[in-house]
Design a protein around this ligand. Structure first.
Ligand SMILES: [Zn+2]
Length: 146
């Protein structure tokens, strides 16, 4: 079994619509993301004899750096004349909660593996942990065959 772990952090803002409490207001965190990807044997990028590029996995987190994370229903931040669309990333689900930030990152990791090594029939176990604050962590994982 082989394991790749890649960690990075990103600074990003969000708010929780319909939340009764301070999380309803726009605020930011220094989020920390950790991917753990396992496979019996990773395919290799031929010339490089490397599996998944750590930088590519970390790039999923870095793409979120200095962005506003929103849900699709948060239309305030989707007015291009007010907010530059390059600074806004739409998360899945009803709110940009830590759960949905993790889901976004996990989906991106699946897409990355599918682009790097399409159709090789490899079973991957992908785990993402998102740390929102010093004390709040959320982890989700998925088994996929690509
Ligand atoms: Zn928050």
């Amino acid at each position: 079994m082989e394991t790749i772990r890649a960690h990075s952090h990103f600074h990003a803002g969000h708010r929780q619509l319909d939340y009764e409490g301070k999380c309803a207001w726009v605020h930011g965190h220094t989020w920390r993301g950790r991917f753990t990807v396992r496979a019996e044997r990773f395919p290799r990028i031929e010339k490089l004899d490397m599996a998944v590029d750590f930088g590519a996995l970390k790039g999923i987190f870095k793409f979120l750096d200095h962005k506003m994370l929103i849900s699709a229903r948060d239309t305030l931040f989707q007015q291009p004349e007010v907010f530059d669309p390059q600074g806004v990333v739409v998360m899945p689900g009803e709110n940009p909660s830590v759960e949905n930030v993790a889901l976004y990152c996990l989906n991106e990791a699946v897409d990355l593996l599918a682009k790097l090594f399409p159709g090789e029939g490899i079973d991957y176990h992908i785990e993402v942990e998102i740390q929102e604050t010093d004390n709040n962590f959320y982890t989700m994982d998925r088994q996929v065959t690509i």
